[in-house]
Structure formats: C-alpha cells, structure tokens
Ligand binder design. Sequence first.
Ligand code: SF4
Length: 375
Amino acid sequence: MAGGEDIRLDPWGAIEIKDYNRLFRVFGIRPFIEVARLLRHAGMEPSLHMRRGIIFGHRDFDKVLLAKARGEPVAVLTGFMPSGRFHFGHKLTVDQLIYYQRNGFKIFVALADAEAHIVRRMPREESFRIAVEEYVANMIALGLDPKKTEFYFQTNRDTPYYRLVQLFAGKVTAAEMEAIYGDLSPAKAMAALTQAADILHVQLEEYGGYKHVVVPVGADQDPHLRLARDLADRMHGIIKLERPASTYHKLQPGLDGKKMSSSRPDSTIFLTDPPETAKKKLFKALTGGRATAEEQKRLGGIPETCSVYHMDLYHLIPDDKELDKIYTACRTGELLCGQCKAIAWEKLEKFLEEHQRKLEKAKNIAWSIIETPRF
Ligand code: SF4
C-alpha cells in the first residue's frame, strides 16, 4: 500500500500491471517523455523502445543524461536471475544494454546466482550453466560487446560488495522492508539487500567509482530501486553513495496474454527454440482478432491486445513506417490474423536463424570470459 492506493509490486511474483499511469501517482515514477528531449543534449538518439513508449518512466534519468553531456563517466547495471531459459522478455533488457553500450556507458551485468539458489532453490551447478550458456551467450550473440561489459556472479564478488550487504542490513527495519515488498522470507530479504548492493556497489572505487548509474527495469522491479535509493541516503557519513537512476519499461505480454515466463514455455519464445517450435508458438498465440474473418473485415482487429503485434512492436519490426502499416491494416480490417502471423513468422525465422548461428561461438566466448563461483 502506498499513497492511499492499494498497489504493491512483487519483483518475484506473476502480477500483471494493468495501469501504468498509477505508478506515476503512487510511487512518484516520472513520465519518460519529460526527459526524452535531453537525450540529444547527451549525444544520443532515442532508442526504438523509447520512441515507441515501451520505456515509459524514470527516476533521475535526467541527472544521468546531464552528467553524460558534461563528459562524466556513466554506467548501466542490470541483473538476471539464472533460473530459466533466455526469452524475448529478456531480450528487451539486453537491447537496452546494447543501446547504452553503443552510447558510451559502461555495462555491469549481475548474474544473480545467490538469489537463484536461495529464492528459487536452483542447484548451483545448474544455475552456473544457465547463466553462462543461456544469459551471457545470448547477450553476446545479440551484440553486447563482452570486452566492454563486466559480468559477475553475485557469489564471486569480494569483500567491499559484501560489506555493503552487511551495512545495509543494519540500516533498514523488517517493517520497512515489508512496506516495500510485502511479506518477506529471510531468503527474499537477503536477496533484496544483495540486489541493493548490486545496484550501488559500482560507485565504490574498487569497482570503478561510477557515480551516475542507471538501472533499466520492468516496472515490477521498482521495489529494488526504492530500497537502493533509500539505502544510499542512509549511508551518508559512512560511505558516499548517490541515489541510482532508473528507467521503467512495460513488460511485453506473453503469447498467452498473461505475464511472460520461462516456467510457462508457451507464453514466450526462447531464443534457442528450434524454428518449428517457435513457429507453432507464434501461430497459436493469442491475438486481438475477431471471432470470424467476416467480423474482422467489418470491425478491424485490436493490436493493443494482440501478442503477435507486441512481438512486432518490441522486436520484429524496427522500421516505424512498416509497423504503422501493420497497425492500420489491422485496425481497418484489411489484414487478417493468419496473414499477419505469416509476416511476423518470416521475420522471426530470419532472426532465429541468424541468432542461433552466432550462438555457438558466443557460448565459447562466454565460458572463456566468465569466472564461475569458487564455492
Ligand atoms: S491482424 Fe495482426 S495485429 Fe491485428 S489482431 Fe490479428 S495478429 Fe494481431
């Protein structure tokens, strides 16, 4: 509960966010459009996800852009819990990392093996393999430059990082944690404090001393940002930490219309799905089409509720004019869902073929650069 409205975000849960505007009212997330015009001042063109309103909110991102414009060092931190296969929902975050990297940001990627083990009970060897072969390899194959990226396993970080976790534990009460996250098991409380250390530790001299850090997240991850920002304030006089900035993206709806999740394989397409599997998933995905072709020609479809349109919007059609044509043809009833899926499939098949060709080499690179945990 916050600001009198009953809304709580659960970063580990499956709650769908229906009304993104409430996040502005309730949590004080600011509309992204307010800072978009500073991008060019910082020497950046808006990304596809920014242009299309998929990135809809921020906290303090203006400060990062102004710092970049002054020539100060800027960084991005994100984390992935290695507990399932890499899918198009993950790709959305990685596309943002690639965008920032190409614009001169240092990239840090936390491989949250501690969290996977204590919250999801993942066997450690399995989460190492998933982290390297699913997450790191797919990120490299998508275009993230491993030479300019610092990937790390949480359990491999050293003393200054863990010292932060311990200091943070003394700076927040159980009641405050529950106000942010709801009921918390000790495992989740530990995972939350560790995530705060992930977000803030890159400001320490031992890790590069980056003071302007942005964390791009799905809106459901905001509790971690609120905790990290509060903790940064409370460390004054002990360690100098600045509040991290964040941007918020709308989560891509699953192919079944619910939240996309590795644990429901038909809700998403994995980047390692064989083409015939991916094709089957796409062709049986929930659309915004009408019950009959006659009705669709008369009334038009509803792209806003269509998971195929969201694949086009988020990933498959980078050209805005081409996407506009699909949208209009759907709304006017000129395009039927079967034809529209065939267009999406042609693009998806090409993408998967090229991506999977790069993936074997990327796996070898991933194993060669990642230091797997020592215990
Ligand atoms: S025509 Fe395309 S965009 Fe429109 S509802 Fe059907 S699949 Fe979705």
